[in-house]
Design a protein around this ligand. Structure first.
Ligand SMILES: Nc1nc2c(ncn2[C@@H]2O[C@H](COP(=O)(O)OP(=O)(O)OP(=O)(O)O)[C@@H](O)[C@H]2O)c(=O)[nH]1
Ligand SMILES: [Mg+2]
Length: 459
């Protein structure tokens, strides 16, 4: 069907989760949705009512009573989609929900496709594409950190920065195109040095955004933290203490943990995937050796390695060697001394002096765990350029940002080589295109279908 036509239809969907609840919300959007519901709502004339109002009354169809409902009325353009919107809050029986949706369809509405309400909001200019995508992330957010990044983007986030930069570049692009019209006269309308300055500014923003992707991803999917160390250091005890449950077997026999154990935990709003590993040592039996290999793999792949050592037995010389090893293998690591309950404060100070930046805990007695949590948080947030608003979480944005980065270097190289204006104009147009792709100023139907098909129905 013609897309334009599809988008002029009235759509209806259950906005609350399917199933029985105290209340369910059914949402309609589109020109004519208010008069549609009006026909089912004899007690008041909704068409005469103002927008942003609530109305209590009976919903009925063909003189059959359906339910007593509350209607929320939003009039175009002051609504989520920018169109006339009615939300019917009914009693949460699935039978009632279905009946209301069926009656609405009977009256000319059709079922909304996934994300169609938000798609309409985008098409009607209520939000840009980054904001629309962030709505899906917000619905899916399971931690405070992912909620915060999504909410930030719903409210404008980095797309407003990019839009502003794009506007500036458009001005230059227009001037360069103008130069082409006067190419015979050999004039330059564009001050090349201010163009260069703008390109640098865009470059910096793009790279900061690209860098933030790793962190953004981590916030969305969880930070993997591998607990590595020698047998008996207390790795499984630490896992259990952080989880507050006896998840892994703890014993005084070295080599207790044979395979990796992974558990997800939310600490202060950040999702961590804690991985307990087999203690690393040479010469165990076959199963233990396989376990040790897995530990080494985790050491390389984890976002953060917590190297746990037994402060009561391991020497600082040995630990200094391990530090060098960690530097070459792990992406990000910290050394944590366990069993502080078994050493004197002098011994702890000595170790501390030689290791710097270590955290000391007693996993068994739950000592120092807050410091460890703080240190982990610092490691996660440390990779962040600007925690306020430059976190990219979406792979589509990264792809487009990468393209923009490539275009920018092409323009910059072109500028330094004094290439003709017409070639420069092509590169700038490409750059504008990819910038616009992120915020949705440039779109195509396939792309929109792809993005919005991942939404739930009713949003
Ligand atoms: N004194 C003291 N003992 C601890 C502490 N944490 C763990 N232990 C003891 O150290 C021993 C080994 O603990 P585990 O947690 O099994 O050690 P692990 O690092 O998982 O060992 P493997 O699985 O063999 O690699 C157990 O007897 C624990 O009770 C602590 O903070 N203080
Ligand atoms: Mg263990």
């Amino acid at each position: 069907m013609n897309q334009q036509l599809r988008w002029s239809e009235i759509i209806v969907a259950l906005a609350t989760p399917p199933g029985i609840g105290a209340i369910a919300v059914i949402r309609l959007s589109g020109h004519g949705s208010i008069s549609l519901v009006n026909e089912l709502f004899p007690s008041k004339n909704l068409e005469a009512a103002a927008g942003n109002t609530l109305h209590v009354g009976l919903l009925q169809h063909n003189n059959q009573l359906i339910d007593e409902v509350v209607l929320s009325l939003f009039k175009s353009p002051k609504s989520y989609t920018g169109e006339d919107v009615v939300e019917i809050s009914c009693h949460g029986s699935t039978f009632i929900q279905q009946q209301i949706i069926e009656v609405c369809i009977n009256k000319g509405a059709r079922l909304a496709t996934p994300g169609e309400f938000t798609l309409r909001a985008f098409l009607n200019g209520k939000m840009d594409l980054v904001q629309a995508e962030a709505v899906a992330d917000l619905i899916a957010s399971g931690t405070k950190a992912s909620q915060e990044t999504a909410l930030n983007q719903v409210r404008g986030g980095f797309s407003s920065i990019l839009s502003a930069l794009r506007e500036e570049l458009i001005k230059f692009s227009a001037l360069i195109e103008l130069e082409l019209d006067f190419s015979q006269e050999d004039v330059e309308f564009v001050d090349r040095s201010s163009l260069r300055a703008l390109l640098l500014k865009i470059d910096k923003t793009i790279h900061a955004l690209l860098e933030s992707f790793h962190l953004g991803n981590v916030i969305k999917n969880g930070v993997s933290v591998a607990i590595i160390g020698k047998p008996n250091a207390g790795k499984s005890t630490l896992l259990n203490s952080l989880l507050n449950e006896n998840r892994a077997i703890v014993s005084s026999i070295a080599g207790t943990t044979r395979d990796t154990i992974e558990e997800v935990i939310n600490i202060d709003g950040i999702l961590y995937r804690l991985i307990d590993t087999a203690g690393i040592r040479e010469g165990g039996d076959e199963i233990e050796s396989i376990g040790v290999e897995r530990s080494k793999e985790k050491m390389q792949s984890a976002d953060i390695v917590v190297y746990l050592f037994d402060a009561s037995t391991e020497s600082s010389d040995e630990l200094t060697t391990i530090k060098t090893e960690l530097n070459s293998i792990a992406k990000s690591w910290m050394m944590v001394g366990n069993k502080v309950d078994a050493i004197s404060s002098e011994e702890q100070n000595a170790l501390n002096a030689s290791l710097e930046n270590s955290v000391f805990i007693s996993a068994k007695n739950q000592l120092g765990l807050d410091q460890l949590k703080d240190a982990l948080r610092l490691k996660v947030m440390g990779g962040l350029v600007n925690a306020e608003n430059t976190i990219v979480t979406n792979a589509r944005h990264v792809q487009a940002l990468q393209q923009v980065a490539n275009n920018l270097s092409a323009i910059q190289i072109g500028l330094s080589n004094n290439i003709p204006g017409d070639l420069l104009a092509i590169d700038i147009r490409q750059c504008l295109y990819h910038l616009g792709e992120i915020t949705g100023q440039i779109t195509n139907d396939d792309q929109l279908d792809f993005i919005f098909s991942k939404f739930c129905i009713g949003k």
